[in-house]
Design a protein around this ligand. Structure first.
Ligand code: PLP
Length: 442
């Protein structure tokens, strides 16, 4: 693809090297429903396994449908390589396990999706990987938690429920002084933020959300920026500098640039070690579904964000609403970060707190007619949920407070329906929220 075509609208449709199916000339990306690929001869097979040649071996590790999606997502984020996996949760898990082993630690933002908090605090800690939490209001909090076992920093671009934009460049700059890569979860802000341009080394997505957009497939991705020197400090990144006994003692940080000509050991190691061993491959049918969504992501993000701005103005004036949480509605420091990192829109999500507190919040959700009451974000449809009793219900009081979920917080994901219909639905539900009690939302 021409280097000049660097616009997300075009990349989402044409990014990568797929023009048409080489066997049939089909323009739409075919679903390659195969587990295996015939080797040309024994030498070809041996070369593929030895990474002397790159090609298809087995669908747990690679698939041609997934490959098209991977190249497009890498191009959209401005990275060099991408790995797709079965879910966003797998993307977060692999991103951490690709740098950290038992005894190591990661310094993560406190502002995280609830499922990521559970993964980090409970499952990864049981595997011996410690997650240290830093409040991103001050980027220096990350520096204070580093020791010689710190392998990465981790943050979310536009984390809900706080909706405080993460200081990507500030934290990345600190990390680079210590050869620590920044992993960014950009799930809530594709197109409107490109974390790699601000120094992130790795960008993950739950493709289930805005990139897929239609709520029809669960998927995840991990993009390797190619901008991080994994060999600069061998003690800091042992998994990229010590011989890997599981793969003929290869040293990933050196071998991958030599074999591929590209500085993408992170993506290659995640594929040939973690996908090989842990599975969690993305089914090609789901890759196909995500490709359909990806084609319109730039258009949809514009509409999500412009609808959200109008909803914001409506909610700020509504008598039942006591607080509105939005990327630009914080103190100057966070509002300035929104200005610096978000381009072409300030995000699709809005939080609200209602005059009648938690009961009013529940009644409001149950009174919505067009909005869906679901756990998902990033659907074309408008969505609402009460996080404290659902998505964040497995967090304790301390974790809830750290992640910004109050008992009365209601999260709205503004869809791409007509703005008049969105506001009409919100208005009628808000007006009912303070009148009488309905049964509790489970
Ligand atoms: N990251 C963020 C920011 C999310 O919102 C989610 C899911 O809501 C995930 C990761 C996990 O993604 P998935 O549901 O695809 O596993």
């Amino acid at each position: 693809m021409s280097k000049k075509r660097n616009n997300p609208e075009t990349i989402a449709i044409h990014g990568g090297d797929y023009r048409c199916d080489p066997a049939t000339n089909a323009v739409a990306v075919p679903i390659y429903r195969t587990t295996s690929y015939q080797f040309n001869n024994t030498e070809h097979a041996a070369n593929l396994f030895a990474l002397k040649e790159f090609g298809n071996i087995y669908t747990r590790i690679m698939n041609p449908t997934n490959d098209v999606l991977e190249k497009r997502v890498a191009a959209l984020e401005g990275g060099l390589a991408c790995l797709t996996v079965s879910s966003g949760q797998t993307a977060s898990t692999f991103a951490v396990l690709n740098v950290a082993q038992a005894g190591d630690n990661i310094v993560s933002s406190t502002d995280l999706y609830g499922g990521t908090v559970s993964l980090f605090t409970h499952t990864l800690s049981k595997l011996g990987v410690e997650i240290r939490y830093a409040d991103p209001s001050n980027p220096e909090n990350f520096e204070k938690l580093i020791d010689d076992k710190t392998r990465a920093f981790y943050g979310e671009t536009l984390p809900n429920p706080y909706l405080r934009v993460f200081p990507i460049q500030e934290v990345s700059d600190i990390g680079r002084k210590y050869n620590i890569p920044l992993i960014m979860d950009n799930t809530a802000a594709p197109v409107i933020c490109k974390p790699i341009e601000h120094g992130a080394a790795v960008v993950i997505h739950s493709l289930t959300k805005y990139i897929g957009g239609h709520g029809t497939a669960v998927a995840g991705s991990i993009v390797d920026s190619g901008n991080f020197d994994w060999t600069a400090d061998p003690k800091r990144q042992p998994l990229f500098n010590e011989p890997d006994a599981s793969y003929n003692n290869v040293i990933w940080g050196k071998a991958v640039p030599e074999l591929t000509g590209a500085n993408v050991p992170f993506a290659v190691r995640a594929r040939v070690c973690l996908l090989r061993d842990l599975g969690s491959a993305l089914a090609p049918d789901n890759a196909f579904a995500i490709i359909q969504g990806l084609e319109t992501v730039a258009l949809r993000m514009k509409q999500h964000c412009s609808n959200a701005e109008q909803v914001l103005n409506f909610l700020k004036k509504h008598k039942e609403v006591t607080k509105v949480i939005y990327s630009t509605e914080h103190n100057t420091q966070f509002a300035d970060r929104a200005k610096k990192y978000l381009k072409g829109g300030n995000g699709p999500m809005i939080g609200i707190e209602l005059k009648g507190g938690i009961e009013a919040g529940k009644k409001f959700i149950e009174s919505l007619r067009m909005f869906y009451h679901v756990a998902n974000i990033g659907d074309v449809r408008s969505l609402a949920i009460h996080p404290a009793s659902t998505t964040h219900s497995q967090l304790n009081e301390k974790e809830l407070a750290a992640s910004g979920v109050t008992q009365s917080y209601v999260r709205l994901c503004i869809g791409i329906e007509h703005i008049d219909d969105i506001i009409e639905d919100l208005d009628q539900a808000l007006n009912k929220s303070s009148k009488g009690n309905l049964k509790a939302v489970s």
